[in-house]
Design a protein around this ligand. Structure first.
Ligand code: G4P
Length: 529
């Protein structure tokens, strides 16, 4: 077998999703610790600074820097080559977060045991299910007071609509947290908060029903555990790897990332259960990752990372074959043959130039302003164009007022470029041109970023007037006369840059009212980029 196929088969590319503060950063650090990518957990990113940045311009810059250096982290563990994709979950939550999930083959969902399923978990989960990728659940912070375990599982099943299958089961929580019971091996891994989780902990294993366990966790907890396991064996879904891979069943693990408890067990099971790079849909059909020819698609563009050079980096996910620095490729949308410049990869905090990379890997390349989100890059002999990336529904809208009308050209250039990177979406009033621009964003921080960047990079001063709309729907009917649609008073008709018609609503209930009033109207939550 060619060496490149082995390289591809050992790749695991996944994203970690969570609501802010559930423990995503902490879990990522601990995973890197096992891979030897960092020596001491606690150095993935300057979290404190990232967290407090709201509208301080310097902080925004810093934050953008941080989200770049940690966009993807690669490390080796137990014969696997692991790529972790970062999905920023804090104030800089944006479309980027969603798009990153387009580049992953599976997702790890971190849930705070005392909070259960939270708002952002739901949003991110929805994108994962849209792609049908496997989802693994890590219920974190068991060293703190936690919700009832059965209730947590019920919540995941009812709120998110995915079946659960606990791989292990917690014994107590908070001060009484004693460890987890492994349902496969029928053994207990005892909780020892050694060294505050800085180093990998040793495992102590004893069997259920043994006297040793009685003395270890006490008769009361031992009895409770036996009852729970009996109940669980009768009630929970059977483990079925096909269901897991179809994204219909989530294996559930319990642990405490901070104290590094349950992390390695999780990692080992996860690596066994998850898949190597998945085939990708292209317009021409499904592309096998083991195909020899290199192909990739752009899922993220980050501009002006270094102000002095005004550089732009396009991040692409390799979908098939092997990439070699200096090779000639075809940029399908641009219709041009080219060499990818300065290909680079992230290793924890460092960026390094790559000589070769394989399907499943993410590389960043220098972008002289030619790539757009969703573009395909492939070997010149290949005929492939990957399916576009959906445009996610913005939830915040503002009207943009330009302060200095003399700078119209710079303004249009700046706002269009920033929109091209996918940080914001721009719309026009229905029936007008570019004179009235409405900006839509997924996370409010993007408004600050837009204002700041227009000022610092394009010398244009703007004022943003917040609009009350929160819901957006693309009109799917091509033959409809939008002017004649009957809408409610809190609904606005707008157009995107590709002249597609849309409706924005203040209240969600107006969506149904508008659908009721206009027979045959078809609305969709996602646009296509
Ligand atoms: P995030 O990336 O999902 O936002 O979460 P992050 O890892 O930053 O964790 C949020 C807070 O929860 C942090 O505390 C972190 O130390 C804590 N935490 C994470 N995992 C566990 C766990 O298993 N048990 C307990 N008890 N706490 C956990 P912080 O005080 O907000 O920040 P820091 O000062 O510790 O950095």
């Amino acid at each position: 077998m060619a060496d490149y196929t082995n390289e591809i088969k050992k790749r695991r590319t996944f994203a970690i999703i969570s609501h802010p503060d559930a423990g995503k950063t902490t879990l990522t650090e601990k995973l890197l610790l096992y891979g030897g990518a960092i020596n001491l957990a606690g150095s993935v990113k300057g979290k404190k600074t990232a967290k407090h940045a709201v509208s301080d311009w310097m902080e925004i810059e810093k934050q953008r820097g941080i989200s770049v250096t940690s966009s993807v982290m690669q490390f080796n563990y137990d014969g696997y080559c692991i790529n972790i994709l970062d999905t920023p979950g804090h104030q800089d939550f944006s479309e980027d977060t969603y798009r990153t999930l387009m580049a992953a083959d599976s997702a790890v969902m971190v849930i705070d045991a005392s909070k259960g399923v939270e708002a952002q978990t739901k949003k991110l989960f929805k994108v994962c299910t849209m792609r049908g990728i496997p989802i693994f659940t890590f219920i974190n912070k068991m060293d703190r007071e936690a919700n009832d375990t059965f209730e947590l599982l019920d919540e995941i099943e009812n709120v998110l609509g995915i079946q659960t299958c606990p791989v292990n089961w917690p014994i107590g929580c908070g001060k009484n947290f004693k460890g987890v019971y492994d349902r496969n091996t029928n053994t207990i891994t005892k909780f020892t908060a050694a060294n505050n989780g800085q180093k990998a902990v040793d495992r102590v294993e004893v069997e259920l029903g043994s006297e040793e366990l009685d003395s270890l966790i006490g008769t009361e907890l031992h009895e409770k555990l036996s009852e729970e396991i009996e109940l669980l064996d009768g009630a929970s879904s059977e483990f079925d790897i096909e269901q897991v891979r179809a994204g219909k069943l989530t294996p559930v693990f319990f642990g405490s990332a901070l104290t590094n408890f349950g992390v390695e067990t999780f990692l080992q099971h996860f690596l066994e259960m998850t898949t190597s790079p998945l085939p990708r849909k292209a317009h021409e059909g499904i592309v096998d990752p083991l195909k020899e020819d290199f192909s990739a698609f752009v899922f993220k563009i980050q501009a002006n990372m270094n102000k002095a050079h005004r550089d732009r980096i396009a991040f692409m996910r390799i979908c098939s074959g092997k990439f070699e620095a200096g090779m000639e490729v075809n940029h399908v949308q641009g219709g041009k043959k080219m060499k990818l410049l300065q290909p680079q990869q992230m290793m924890a905090q460092e960026r390094k130039i790559v000589e070769e990379a394989y399907a499943g890997d993410i590389i960043g390349v220098f972008d002289p302003g030619i790539f757009s989100i969703g573009d395909t890059i492939c070997m010149p002999n290949m005929k492939v164009e990957y399916e576009g990336i959906p445009t996610f529904a913005p939830e915040h809208f503002a009207r943009v007022r330009q302060m200095d009308t003399m700078k119209r050209k710079q303004f249009i250039k700046g706002i269009s470029q920033i929109a091209q990177e996918g940080a914001i979406q721009i719309f026009q009033e229905f029936n007008t041109g570019m004179e009235e621009i409405i900006v839509g964003v997924v996370g409010v921080l993007q408004f600050d970023v837009l204002k700041f960047r227009l000022e610092s990079e394009y010398g244009v001063d703007i004022r943003l007037e917040p609009l009350p709309y929160e819901h957006i729907r693309w009109i799917e009917n091509k033959d409809i006369d939008v002017a004649k649609l009957s809408v409610t008073s809190d609904t606005k008709k707008i157009k995107d840059l590709k002249d597609n018609s849309l409706l924005i609503f203040t209240h969600s209930w107006s969506i149904n009212t508008v659908l009721d009033r206009n027979e045959g109207l078809v609305l969709s939550e996602f646009g296509r980029s």
